[in-house]
Write a protein that binds this ligand. Structure first.
Ligand code: HEC
Length: 178
């Protein structure tokens, strides 16, 4: 009996292994999500479809970088109603950063050059109580490499955002709209 069961089992395992390998390959080809940040936060899958809260420019970062701050639906709703202190649980803010580049057709215009990183603040006052109610995560470059050696990387984020603790740790003021 055993002799018959084992090859069948081995066959089943092989099929599963091949299935996993094939799915892994397909998932990567389809541009699947990169690994999570060291604190376990996953890259939000649809962030490129989020709406703009404000752009910003930092001449003090390298030779200058340009940013857009985006929000998921919950964040946009809060921003439009001016209910951003505190931001509601479920709000997620994204910041996409590019190095400055002069527009080849209009030199004085500064436009997005090389992509630097995408970073996120996820509001959940219970889950992220230790980091001021926000979960922090960053992915570097077009390859979206998770930033940070271990989960403690978030302390660096919190430290620099602490000067705006009275604004719920958020620097960005939603841009005025008509
Ligand atoms: C050296 C200071 C500094 C550090 C470190 C820092 N931030 Fe920020 N962050 C800022 C400033 C200043 C802004 C607002 C200006 C701008 O648009 O870049 C900002 C804005 C943001 C925003 C947009 C929402 C907001 O607060 O305006 C997100 C999201 C964000 N940071 C995530 C992170 C994450 C994640 C980390 C850690 C991996 C991090 N930050 C580390 C200074 C910092």
């Amino acid at each position: 009996m055993k002799k018959q069961v084992l090859p069948a089992l081995a066959g089943a395992l092989m099929t599963t292994a091949l299935g996993v390998a094939a799915t892994g390959g397909l998932a990567q080809a389809a541009g699947d999500r990169p690994p999570p940040a060291p604190n376990g936060i996953e890259l939000p899958s649809n962030y490129k479809d989020w709406r703009v809260i404000a752009p910003s420019h930092r001449p003090d970062h390298g030779d200058g970088s340009i940013r857009v701050i985006l929000g998921n639906d919950a964040a946009i709703k809060a921003a439009r109603k001016g209910q951003t202190n505190p931001w509601p649980d479920g709000a997620v803010l994204a910041k996409l950063v590019w190095w400055d580049r002069a527009d080849e057709n209009w030199e004085p215009a500064t436009v997005p050059g090389e992509f630097v990183h995408a970073e996120f603040m996820i509001k959940d006052s219970q889950k992220y109580a230790e980091t001021g109610g926000w979960g922090y995560a960053r992915w570097l470059g077009l390859e979206q490499k998770p930033y940070g050696e271990d989960a403690d990387f978030a302390q660096e984020c919190v430290a620099c955002h602490t000067p705006v603790a009275s604004r719920d740790y958020v620097f960005t003021t939603p841009a005025t709209l008509p």
